[in-house]
Design a binder for this molecule. Structure first.
Ligand SMILES: [Zn+2]
Length: 250
């Protein structure tokens, strides 16, 4: 059989195409192997970063707005409530029950917030525990939620003595401070709160779990969405507080 020139050229062209395709498949396989390895490795090294948003001194006239923001992002917050606010805020019970219904955790922040009673008086540690337990009962009566999680007004550091630590432990309470203080109590506006949090977070780049402290101000409500967006950008996720969870080191 005599092959025409045209047939021979077409044959070579087809062979060349097949050859190139085979080389390409090999290259893609190599590429996938290479990048697959890096991706897999990356996955193994990537730590889960969790942020807990906590709010002190409520319920207040701003709690519901805070809840609206948290719910918009599907985030469960921890509210360290103050017993004195229960009679001061007319719809306190409604707010407390909304917290529970929407998956937030109500934690304890004493009845009075009074430094003298809680830290400086003769029976300070006993007063501290008594106020926390009274508040725990109040919260349980009003919402059905029972908790052992508490936060000392102004923080444990500089206020707790050895007796406080022992009394709290004996009562089965778990009192935590915070990693990042938004300093919203001292800042003039939402921009300043946001900047403070952004700056403070840089100190915790390697931490896999951070607790952030906020209070209930209008400027906090305003800053909160930006703070949350920033945490999301940094790769943090938000977890609901699991009763019994222990926060180490704070
Ligand atoms: Zn407080």
């Amino acid at each position: 059989m005599k092959l025409s020139k045209k047939t021979i050229i077409m044959g070579f062209a087809a062979l060349a195409i097949l050859f190139c395709a085979a080389i390409r498949v090999q290259a893609v396989e190599k590429e996938e192997k290479f990048f697959g390895f890096i991706k897999g490795d990356d996955k193994q090294c990537k730590k889960e970063k969790i942020a807990y948003l906590t709010f002190d001194d409520g319920p207040s006239i701003y709690t519901e707005e805070l809840l609206d923001v948290l719910n918009e992002y599907g985030i469960s917050g921890i509210f360290f409530v103050l017993g004195a606010q229960f009679d001061y805020i007319p719809n306190a019970d409604e707010i407390l029950n909304r917290m529970v219904d929407e998956g937030h955790h109500i934690a304890l922040h004493t009845m009075t917030h009074d430094k003298n009673t809680l830290y400086w008086s003769q029976n300070a540690s006993a007063n501290f525990v008594a106020e926390m337990l009274e508040l725990r009962d109040e919260v349980a009566t009003r919402t059905g939620q029972v908790t052992n999680l508490c936060r000392a007004p102004y923080g444990k550091k500089g206020h707790f003595n050895a007796t406080h630590y022992r009394a709290v432990e004996d009562a089965g309470l778990h009192c935590i401070d915070w990693h990042v203080d938004s300093k919203d109590w001292a800042k003039k506006n939402a921009d300043e709160i946001y900047s403070e949090v952004v700056c403070e977070l840089k100190r915790f780049e390697d931490a896999d779990e951070i607790v952030l402290l906020f209070h209930e101000y209008e400027r906090t409500v305003e800053a909160l969405p930006r703070v949350i967006e920033h945490l999301l950008d940094l790769g943090y996720t938000f977890k609901p507080y699991a009763p019994g969870k222990v926060f180490e080191g704070i």
